[in-house]
Design a protein around this ligand. Structure first.
Ligand SMILES: NC(=O)c1ccc[n+]([C@@H]2O[C@H](COP(=O)([O-])OP(=O)(O)OC[C@H]3O[C@@H](n4cnc5c(N)ncnc54)[C@H](OP(=O)(O)O)[C@@H]3O)[C@@H](O)[C@H]2O)c1
Length: 211
């Protein structure tokens, strides 16, 4: 699959790395191919390709968005001409002051972004944990896989993203339509408070048991 990354810092770089090693053609969308974040991502995996943003997005069928939420619309605006019909994996979280919801719980960040790019199929995924788990999600002594919860309105897009989630070693747990994104964003805040404030392991993840 051809995959482009808009944003490849703590979150985007390890996901791009693993997806390339799984056999996908992964391109970093870069206004500046010499930037620190391009160089750091390529130092981890030199096989990551780099292209100007519009070209990277035009050639991909799946676009990972992993910028700070505050600049996500601006980053999407720059490639809007090439986004029509694409799957956008929204890895962003709107986090406000004092670890509150950045849009005051009125709307999820993902619904806000989907409204900004209505001709795409946006799927929220890879948000509910810290980046350490995107670097490494192996739990040697566990019989269950860690769960990755995701949501979106487009069934086919969710199937594709669900396959990528599974390939990356997670149990893909489809939580429903995009109106579930607000709840996933609160799960993120829960995780951040438990780990970054209360000092639990950054490799804290959830697993789903169902009968
Ligand atoms: N950190 C976590 O543990 C974590 C976990 C889950 C989800 N998230 C969410 O994931 C997103 C990324 O977080 P992160 O920790 O990976 O951030 P980060 O390490 O700061 O990386 C941000 C990336 O976005 C790029 N970027 C910044 N401004 C941009 C713009 N205007 N246009 C295009 N690209 C731009 C940066 O490129 P340059 O460096 O070249 O500017 C960098 O590659 C955030 O929305 C965050 O809430 C974070």
């Amino acid at each position: 699959m051809k995959i482009a990354f808009i944003g490849y810092g703590n979150v985007g770089a390890p996901l791009a790395d693993h997806l390339q090693r799984l056999g996908h053609q992964v391109t970093l969308a870069a206004k500046n191919p010499e930037s620190d974040s391009v160089q750091k991502a390529q130092a981890i995996n030199p096989a990551l390709q780099v292209a100007e943003p519009l070209q990277a997005v035009s050639e991909a069928s799946v676009i990972f968005l992993a910028t700070p939420f505050q600049v996500a619309s601006e980053a999407l605006q720059q490639v809007q001409a090439a986004l029509k019909g694409k799957i956008v994996v929204d890895c962003t979280n709107p986090v406000g002051a004092g670890l509150t919801h950045g849009l005051n719980n009125t709307q999820s960040g993902s619904e806000y972004l989907q409204a900004f790019i209505p001709n795409t199929a946006l799927v929220k995924a890879f948000t509910i944990y810290g980046f350490e788990n995107f670097q490494d999600n192996h739990f040697l002594n566990s019989s269950s896989k860690p769960a990755m919860l995701y949501c979106g309105n487009n069934k086919a897009a969710k199937e594709t993203v669900g396959q990528l989630i599974e390939q990356l070693g997670w149990q893909a747990l489809d939580t429903g339509e995009l109106n579930q994104a607000l709840h996933l964003e609160h799960m993120t805040l829960l995780w951040i408070k438990m780990v970054r404030l209360q000092g639990r392991s950054p490799h804290l993840v959830w697993a789903a048991l169902e009968r």
